[in-house]
Design a protein around this ligand. Structure first.
Ligand code: ZN
Length: 423
């Protein structure tokens, strides 16, 4: 029997064009046409969304191939990367990793590290040396981090699938000819087994990107079968070059880890049980900011303008409310700031307004007399304390999320969490 060779690829795309998934899908087709057998589905692995070097989606590709001629395979990989990677673009630093056999525990741990924290090329090289993986670098070769990590991707805690259809070259950069009505019909039939097809708030179609890249559309779902079924429901008025179904860590919350505030640092994505420490307020640009704290410290929580309706909920929070926040952490001028992806509002403090009290002798409403307190106009009695009247809080307890347009690839949509148990 042939040996299994894992191939990982990352950072072949630039901010403007290209697409790592396209290079991966092309490689897959070439490898298949040479007679190699693919093991399982190719993988589309999203890495730490807070990485400062990321291109659009910070995606890496991995595939497993049965091969007894590694030299031939390696040659195909090199040729494909050199042909299709945006090597002239600044910030495109492709990397390829090869690994023989089943990924080891050390490689699995490396994946969790790269999806949750910031990592370096040196670290990737050290791991590769330890486990006997082979790395290839172009330019700075930063892509080796994602390439190695994608091979180690541990999808046992959740996996989803994405069908990506690619455009014929002469259509690149033109308007995508997918009938929007057919997308809504497809969504109606398959959601939430497929997800992020449309944004119900804005009426926007989410499966087609707006970049001049080779991707025509991507459909995300919980099984390979459902994404293919959904694809076949679409009316597409341009030629499709081919499509590929990837197994992915998208929509699984793989990037998030439960943390105390004192352990939070730049680049991590955290889940924090905390309380609201300051009243959330709108700021310039429509962003909302407030302080959150636990027994170990305090940081800022940001709810940016693109989160749209979520902000209307957030500004109803009061200091003392108990919440769990989910999001990526960045260093900002005002200190460590968590960019909110999801929030669980667990308990609300009682909220009161101050009102003039009633006189304890005659029961009439007292009148406010400047700072010191209240007097009764008929008995001349005096009270220092106002009456506190409880006002109803406007937000129901529960979990709230950002709209699909603001959602990170790795974030698990709520519809998916409640309607689908990962196998
Ligand atoms: Zn009175």
């Amino acid at each position: 029997m042939d040996k299994v060779v894992w191939i990982g690829i990352d950072d072949t795309d630039s901010k403007k064009a290209g697409c790592t998934t396209f290079v991966g899908a092309l490689l897959l087709r070439r490898v298949k046409s040479l007679g190699y057998t693919l093991v399982g589905y190719p993988r589309l692995v999203r890495l730490n969304p807070n990485c400062p070097y990321k291109t659009r989606g910070n995606a890496a590709i991995a595939l497993a191939v049965e091969s007894d001629r590694f030299d031939v395979l390696e040659d195909v990989v090199i040729k494909t990367v050199e042909e299709y990677a945006e090597l002239d673009a600044e910030g495109t630093d492709p990397g390829v990793a090869f690994f023989f056999g089943e990924p080891l525990q050390e490689l699995r741990e490396y994946y969790w590290h790269t999806v949750r924290e910031l990592s370096s090329i040196e670290e990737a090289e050290k791991i590769a040396e330890n486990i006997g993986a082979k790395l290839l670098k172009w330019k700075s070769g930063r892509g080796v981090i994602g390439a190695l990590s994608a091979i180690g991707a541990d999808l046992t805690k959740g996996r989803t699938y994405e069908l990506i259809a690619y455009r014929r070259r002469d259509y690149w950069g033109t308007v995508r000819l997918v009938d929007p009505d057919s997308v809504w019909e497809m969504d109606k039939t398959t959601y939430p087994l497929t997800f992020d097809n449309v944004d119900r708030d804005t009426g926007e179609i989410r499966i087609t990107p707006h970049t001049p890249c080779p991707v025509l559309l991507g459909i995300r779902g919980v099984t390979p079968h459902i994404v293919e079924q959904a694809y076949n429901m679409l009316r597409i008025y341009e030629p499709v070059e081919f499509y590929t179904i990837f197994e992915t860590n998208q929509g699984t919350d793989a990037h998030l880890q439960m943390m105390k505030i004192s352990n939070v640092k730049e680049g991590v994505s955290a889940i924090i049980d905390c309380t609201v420490r300051s009243k959330p307020r709108y700021s310039i640009g429509g962003h909302v900011f407030f302080k959150i704290g636990d027994e170990t410290g305090e940081i800022t929580c940001a709810v940016y303008e693109p989160t749209k309706r979520l902000r209307h909920i957030i500004v109803e929070l009061e200091p003392g409310d108990e919440i769990t926040v989910y999001g990526g952490v960045k260093m900002k001028p005002e200190g460590l700031t968590l960019n909110l992806e999801k929030i669980h509002i667990r308990s609300l403090v009682k909220s009161f307004v101050k009102r003039a009290p009633r006189c304890r002798f005659c029961g009439r409403k007292m009148k406010r007399v400047g700072k010191p307190g209240y007097v009764c106009k008929s008995c001349r009695s005096f009270s220092r304390e106002p009456e506190l009247v409880e006002v109803e809080r406007k937000i129901p307890l529960g979990v709230y999320e950002v709209p699909p347009s603001a959602r990170r690839h790795l974030s698990r949509p709520l519809a998916l969490a409640t309607n689908y148990q990962h196998g």
